[in-house]
Design a protein around this ligand. Sequence first.
Ligand SMILES: [Zn+2]
Length: 182
Amino acid sequence: MQTKRHFLKTVSMATMLLAAPEICTAQDTPWSDIGFDRLLVANTDGDSLAVRFRNGQRYDASNLQRLNWLWRDWRDADAQSPIDPLLFVDLALIQTRMSLDFGQPKAILINSGFRTARRNATIPNAARNSQHVAGRACDFNIVGVSPPLVVGYAESYGIHGLGRYADFTHIDVGPSGRRWTG
Ligand SMILES: [Zn+2]
């Protein structure tokens, strides 16, 4: 969404970059914590991270591990699994575009990330082969934004798996074209 306000912001950003050229490759938004290569994210267990998960074309392995920890199954003994980093790419895209459109940083709150198969089996109506168990999914909110609006952004970016729920949104990087309403 290219508004006049956005244009002005871009100009002032360019001025900033002249003063500090060493950060120019990372400065895709006016905010240090928001951008296509980083996430501002918390979970409902009380952890929060502002983390850059990739540098250029390479993922940052230690920062991916910090995200894996935030994605852990805190409802089942803090079990962890490597999370598919494409999920972080999709989330960063949604977070960045929404923050730019709203004109302010929009934090992500994860209410379910990785799930153990054992716990997944106890959740009513959860798919047995849930993408949560495979480490490719999350249920989340953009803080202060209604889920239908988040779904609209996810749709426009062709997110592979997209579940609409009243109180949150599910996205995953499993097979493409899956849509449902919970
Ligand atoms: Zn889900």
